[in-house]
Design a protein around this ligand. Structure first.
Ligand code: UFG
Length: 366
């Protein structure tokens, strides 16, 4: 196991019943593997807008969730539904006795959010409010929230610590939606002392489960760097476009804090332990990052090494809204959650390559 501290404590935690919204997506599915592996009962709700059903349309599960069960050797409960549908949510809450909720369900394409702000606010903010109302009425007042480093906007100081201002210079509706929900959670825990919420601010999640069975499967042209590199390496796309090599960074390309999805998933279990600690109160946000940055070209080189394939690229102009540097301080999560990232860039790239080469068309190829 990659994080011994987390593992030892997690096994000591009694089994819980957990509602996971968006559990058929990239981050959610890896968290579900962790939850099942630790003996928890998992109920996934997902509307599948960004999660392909897979080839077996008759199966009640998506291909991703079928593989999640295969990896964990456990079964989960799945309800295809939208968190904006209050009556369906009520039915799910009435069927189970949840200890807490992990809330991943959201739209996440930054560019699309600029074109369709209302869609993003309706899903990400409206959906979260509907979920919170249902939780309140069913007396389930503990939440792990899937947030993003994007709430910090343009960094005023690096590394980014959790006390860095949020909401300032959040330039797109996706980022603002994450910020707004954090603010709603702060108000909620103030209004009622029974509420507890942990917000996890992800830096740049990459990688796949070590089995190569589950991984990131973006619909259409990937907008993020790692899945784009992987699709170039596997021959689905001719070359990567590097968005600018004139930043004030060592090689001129953008620097980000890439974190292995497995580390991120383990971080959710560490956060759940915090949430369930009787001493924990209110709202707390934690960065989930490694604490160090890699440039675009460093990631390309690491991927070429891991895959043994060339990743042709061309340098083009900067992408609007991009910044030179973004990386975390990971010390608060280490201190308060006993969690820190264990996996480096080689493992990130090796796992992506295993996933991509075994599944060149993602979940649809099986
Ligand atoms: N990049 C390229 N070519 C590409 C894609 C990206 O050169 O085809 C570069 C970007 O310019 C940037 C780096 O690769 O320097 C990383 O870009 P990503 O799109 O992978 O990630 P971002 O850091 O822009 O955004 C990510 C998530 C957001 C989240 C943000 C938090 O995609 O959802 O991190 O900081 F909000």
């Amino acid at each position: 196991m990659e994080c011994q501290v987390t593992f030892v404590e997690a096994t000591a935690m009694p089994a819980r019943t957990v509602l996971v919204t968006g559990g058929a997506g990239y981050v959610g599915s890896h968290a579900v593997v962790q939850l099942l592996s630790q003996g928890h009962e998992v109920v996934v709700v997902d509307n599948l807008v960004n999660a392909p059903r897979g080839n077996d349309a008759a199966s009640p599960l998506t291909e991703c969730l079928r593989r999640v069960q295969e990896i964990a050797g456990k079964t989960l409960n799945f309800h295809q539904m939208d968190i904006m549908d209050r009556s369906q949510l009520d039915r799910v809450f009435a069927c189970y006795s949840f200890d807490y909720v992990m809330h991943f369900a959201a739209l996440k394409a930054v560019g699309e959010s600029v074109e369709k702000p209302l869609l993003y606010y309706k899903n990400n903010v409206g959906g979260s409010i509907t979920l919170l109302e249902a939780m309140k009425d069913h007396n389930v007042k503990k939440l792990i929230y899937s947030s993003s480093a994007t709430v910090y906007g343009t960094p005023q100081k690096l590394p980014l610590t959790e006390d860095h201002p949020t909401g300032v210079n959040c330039t797109n509706p996706y980022g603002k939606s994450k910020y707004f929900v954090e603010e709603i959670l702060k108000d909620l825990v103030t209004s009622d002392k029974e509420w507890r919420a942990v917000s996890l601010r992800y830096f740049n999640p990459v990688g796949a489960h070590e089995s190569g069975l589950i991984g990131e499967d973006p619909q259409g042209v990937p907008s993020n760097l790692m899945p784009y590199i992987a699709q170039v390496a596997v021959g689905r796309r001719p070359r990567l476009q590097v968005f600018g090599d004139d930043y004030d960074t060592p090689d001129g390309t953008g620097v980000r804090d890439y974190i292995h999805i497995q580390d991120l998933a383990v971080g959710h279990l560490a956060a759940a332990r915090k949430l369930l600690d009787p001493c924990f109160q209110g709202f707390r946000a934690y960065n989930l990052g490694t604490g160090s940055g890699l440039s675009v070209l460093q990631l390309v080189q690491a991927f070429e090494k891991a895959s043994g394939r060339q990743v042709p690229y061309e340098v083009v102009g900067r992408r609007p809204g991009d910044i030179a540097y973004c990386y975390s301080s990971a010390s608060l999560a280490k201190r308060e959650l006993g969690w820190q990232a264990q996996k480096g860039v080689d493992e990130m790239c090796e796992s992506v390559w295993r996933w991509q080469s075994k599944n060149p068309n993602g979940y649809r190829s099986s």
